[in-house]
Design a protein around this ligand. Structure first.
Ligand code: ADP
Length: 748
């Protein structure tokens, strides 16, 4: 018994010293170890625990790890962990604790139960190894790998060349256009590869079968089921499995379509740039500092007759010997030395051509471009010649010239023009003087017509105007102008026609005087002839029975007097026309208007005419018109009708009927004289109202004479004085209709 007891004591002593040893070891361990009692309260807390968690032994004792370390229920609820420990005797896994400083630590935890001699659980020992850093690294690696996959989009794949089975990550499947779940083999993958690249892939795989542990890289096109083409770059390595049998190829794959497209684009841009360089009419050469060719476009090479390769071995001076010892050589050398850009034009006597040169110094030489500007130069020189001719004209001061803008501001004027308007060169300030202040009546109908003509045709044909000089005098001028190209300015030519006008005035005065001088004796002659005619009539009455010879003489005498009277009438009309013209020119043509019925005036005039021309057919055609009241000088209106009807007879022939039509048109009475004569061309119709104008080669009938070409001009003046209008409608060979209108009288 004692022996037994002794043995037992000895055993207990060994156990105790073992426990003490264990406790000492635990205490020294740098892993965090603590022991919990049955209620999970901490009863032991080693140095490692103090270091890891920051709590001292005193602080830790009596607390549960849940409270002290805020043990998280992650990745597994802590209560469950402790239950398992109680049930199974141990547990291992990861736990997340919080230190005294509030930092979270991840531990790899082993919990073991401690039992007494009877096998009763007395405590739990928790051994905690800090794996926070490792975890963090793992996390980071995973994150970075994911990030790398996401960013680069690369996928991983593996082929077992023995079984032909293919494994692919979702990213790789996506790149090949495969669904996520489908089983893949080498054939399926090959079928996705573009026919042109497939051979290459097969060849690579065949090589890998023999050459183990080999790396390869290649680019290929993959065609997705929707037929879209994708460029992939594959990088792989082959190795054999543990049995040294099957060859595995493992690798990554990445989409490089964008890069390929970019390369294609760059290539295209380069090609285009090259094409552009070759297609421009400019010639480009790029020379190094020793004057050797680095680049020359096609045009430049054409000039040398060499290929770029051949040109490379020569200097610029060898290829372009004409440029040696010329201003070109001097300029190029200067640009090379000074680094200054140069742009100039130069005549090449050898080619008889003008060139425009641009020289750009760059760090390793010169870029020179040039192009043929001969055509432009010829035009420029021609322009210069015509410009100098024009300048000579302006400076010769034969004619006045000024240049004005759309607001009529005069910007340039020659001496002749300034003299005309009474200015000296020193008085003239460009842009200050306005043509509208010089032109008498500016803004009137003529101004509108001229402006319209300038706008539509770019030129204004000669027209008459009056200018007011600086001294307040008015002087007649002829004006013509043309718009200057490329700006809003126009050039005007001004000719002072005071002298001509004076002459005209003198002529008018002379005409007026001579007409008066002629009219007086003509009146006397006419009076005497009429007297003689009346006496002859009386003589015939009293002497009824005259000898035959005397009677025949008397009859001849009567006829002669009749013809003489007729002639005096013609003379009288001509002198009347001349007088009217001179009166009109000096604004002395007076009207004596009164209210009258135009229908009556027309009938009366035509009746008179009919008695003068008894054999002619004159028809008045006034449908439904009895009264057309107008304010008019009856004699003058009769003169116009007279003129129209006599012209109709004179130019159509006396046997052709003449119709006088009366109508109303827009508040105006309208009288038209319609003949069946030769008609008039457009030019004649436009010019017929000018004074002295007569149609060339026109044939007139009867004995009223050709006239002076004044009748229509006077008619126009007379009708204008009545505020009416004149006009003619005619087709050559189909007769003419001369018309005039008069405003109908209204009591308002
Ligand atoms: P003239 O005294 O010459 O007749 P007018 O001024 O009356 O002068 O006419 C001018 C010209 O117009 C004439 O010379 C003639 O050539 C032409 N003319 C006038 N009336 C007619 C007409 N009815 N038919 C054809 N030509 C005409």
């Amino acid at each position: 018994m004692l022996q037994n007891t002794n043995i037992r004591v000895a055993q207990l002593n060994r156990q105790e010293s073992l426990i003490r040893l264990q406790a000492a070891l635990i205490e020294q361990s740098h892993e965090a170890i603590f022991v919990m009692d049955g209620q999970n309260r901490i009863i032991s807390w080693n140095r490692g625990a103090e270091k890891l968690y920051g709590w001292s032994k005193q602080e830790a004792f009596g607390k549960t790890p849940r409270d002290l370390l805020e043990t998280r229920d992650e990745p597994q609820p802590y209560a469950e962990v402790l239950e398992r420990v109680a049930r199974e005797g141990h547990w291992e896994g990861e736990l997340i604790h919080t230190t005294r400083a509030g930092q979270q630590v991840v531990t790899e935890c082993h919990i073991e139960v401690m039992k007494d001699g009877e096998g009763k659980i007395v405590a739990k020992l928790s051994n905690n190894r800090d794996i926070t850093l490792r975890k963090q690294m793992e996390f980071e690696r995973k994150t970075y790998t994911r990030l790398a996959i996401d960013v680069t989009g690369f996928g991983c794949w593996e082929v077992n060349l023995g079984t032909c089975k293919v494994e692919m990550t979702p990213e790789a499947r996506k790149l090949f256009g495969f669904p996520l779940e489908a089983a893949l083999d080498h054939e399926t993958v090959l079928s996705r590869i573009h026919a042109e690249d497939r051979e290459k892939v097969i060849e690579i795989f065949e090589r890998l079968q023999v050459a183990r542990d080999a790396d390869y890289v290649f680019e290929m096109r993959v065609i997705w089921p929707d037929q879209s083409v994708h460029w992939l770059a594959k990088r792989g390595r082959s190795f054999v499995d543990e049995n040294d049998h099957s060859v595995h190829v493992v690798g990554v794959v990445v989409d490089i379509s964008e890069r390929i497209h970019m390369l294609e684009e760059i290539e295209q841009t380069n090609r285009r740039a090259k094409e552009a360089l070759n297609s421009v009419s400019d010639t480009f050469v790029y020379l190094d500092r020793n004057w050797h060719f680095i680049y020359a476009n096609e045009r430049a090479l054409e000039c040398t007759g060499k290929t770029l390769k051949e040109a490379h071995s020569k200097t610029f001076w060898e290829l372009f010997p004409d440029s040696v010892n010329t201003t070109l050589e001097e300029s190029f050398r200067r640009a090379m030395v000074t680094g200054e850009e140069m742009h100039f034009e130069d005549y090449c006597a050898a080619h008889d051509k003008w060139y425009s040169w641009n020289v750009y110094p760059v760090h390793d030489g010169l870029i020179i471009s040039y192009h043929d500007i001969t055509e432009r130069k010829i035009i420029e020189m021609a322009l210069q010649a015509s410009e100098s001719k024009f300048r000579r004209l302006v400076e010769s001061n034969i004619i006045g010239v000024y240049i004005s803008d759309t607001q009529t501001r005069i910007w340039e004027a020659n001496k002749a023009f300034l003299d005309t308007i009474g200015y000296s060169a020193s008085d003239f300030i460009p842009g200050e003087l306005k043509a509208e202040d010089l032109i008498v009546g500016y803004g009137d109908e003529t101004t509108k017509r001229v402006e319209k003509e300038m706008k539509e045709n770019g030129v204004v044909t000669v027209y008459e105007r009056e200018f007011r000089t600086r001294q307040g005098d008015t002087l007649p001028v002829l004006l013509a102008g043309a718009r200057l190209n490329g700006c809003d300015r126009a050039i005007f030519f001004v000719m002072n026609i005071t002298a001509q006008k004076d002459l005209e005035r003198q002529r008018d005065a002379f005409m007026s005087m001579t007409s008066h001088e002629l009219r007086n004796p003509l009146a006397a002659i006419k009076g005497n002839l009429q007297l003689a005619q009346r006496r002859l009539v009386q003589l015939k009455k009293v002497t009824e029975t005259l000898p035959g010879e005397t009677e025949s003489n008397l009859r001849k005498l009567d006829e002669s007097v009749g013809r003489a009277l007729n002639q005096t009438n013609v003379e009288d009309r001509l002198i009347g026309d001349l007088l009217d013209i001179s009166r009109a020119a000096s604004h002395r043509l007076k009207l004596y208007p009164r209210l009258c019925n135009l229908v009556e005036v027309v009938y009366a005039t035509v009746e008179d005419l009919q008695s003068s021309f008894p054999h002619c057919t004159l028809i008045v055609d006034a449908p439904g018109q009895d009264e057309l009241l107008v304010m008019a000088d009856v004699d003058r209106i009769a003169q116009v009708i007279n003129n129209y009807v006599t012209n109709a007879l004179k130019y159509a022939g006396y046997e052709k009927p003449v119709r006088v039509h009366l109508g109303v048109d827009d508040g105006h009475a309208r009288v038209s004289v319609i003949d069946q004569g030769p008609g008039l061309t457009l030019e004649d119709r436009q010019r017929i109202w000018e004074r002295f104008y007569q149609v060339k080669g026109a044939k007139s009938y009867g004995n009223v004479g050709m006239g002076l070409g004044l009748g229509l001009h006077i008619s126009q003046i007379l009708i204008a004085l009545h505020d009416g209008q004149v006009g003619v409608e005619s087709v050559p060979g189909e007769g003419s209709t001369f018309w005039f209108t008069l405003p109908l009288f209204s009591s308002d």
